[in-house]
Write a protein that binds this ligand. Structure first.
Ligand code: C5P
Length: 218
């Protein structure tokens, strides 16, 4: 495809989602939150009573997954599941099914279908390594686990949700370890990715750096 893709990968809470959305907005490009696909599939599997360790059974649900992205909201079979998808319970379930090769394979074409003119900003773990290896620019956005837990904590409190910092820290560290340690498409920076550590850096500055790099390549 001639349609350009910008890959924005990194661990959860690194700010890649915010940066990716901002970038897509500025460029007027489409945006793919690939984590939401894994989260939605995990939710659908749980609701269907499917064993989250059964790769073939979970993958079999993927083709019928009736997902619609409407701005920041996600609908599953018409139901607004945005809040359910954001929960750490769902992130944890997503990370479990994401380790299964059948599941990753089943979501591949679906992710690639988001590549439409004038361009796509794709956010995830393996956008630059597996799904869009020909991306015109690849970023790996990271931050210390302490900083990511603090950001997540602040976000949850702002949403009026109760959360304990040490719990969040433990959950993030466990999910990182699973994502980085899995055999299929582990969380790793592509060799040609620009790595940005956002610890102690504000979103504006990260967006500015990413944008400067993108402009030099388009
Ligand atoms: O990015 P987010 O936290 O929403 O992703 C949820 C989980 O989905 C991650 O912990 C990861 O295991 C999985 N994921 C993945 N590959 C992607 C996006 C998400 O394995 N491209």
């Amino acid at each position: 495809s001639d349609t350009p893709v910008i890959a924005v990968d990194g661990p959860s809470g690194s700010g890649k989602g915010t940066v990716g959305r901002r970038l897509a907005g500025i460029l007027g490009w489409h945006y793919l939150d690939s984590g939401a696909l894994y989260r939605a599939l995990a939710l659908a599997a749980r609701r269907a009573g499917v064993d989250l360790a059964d790769g073939a059974a979970v993958a079999a649900l993927a083709p019928g997954l009736d997902l619609a992205f409407e701005g920041d909201r996600v609908r599953l079979a018409g139901e607004d599941v945005t809040a359910a998808l954001r929960s750490e319970r769902c992130g944890e379930a997503a990370s479990r099914i994401a380790a299964l090769p059948e599941v990753r394979e089943a979501l591949l074409a679906r992710q690639r279908a988001f590549r439409r003119a004038p361009g796509l900003v794709a956010d995830g773990r393996d956008m630059g390594t597996v799904v869009f290896p020909d991306a015109v620019a690849k970023f790996f956005i990271t931050a210390s686990v302490e900083e990511r837990a603090r950001r997540r904590h602040k976000q949850l409190l702002e949403q009026g949700l109760d959360a304990k910092l040490p719990d969040l820290f433990g959950e993030l560290a466990a999910r990182d370890a699973r994502d980085a340690g899995r055999r299929h498409a582990p969380l790793v920076a592509a060799p040609d990715a620009v790595v940005i550590d956002t610890t102690g850096i504000g979103v504006e500055e990260v967006v500015a750096r990413v944008l400067a790099e993108v402009r030099s390549r388009l």
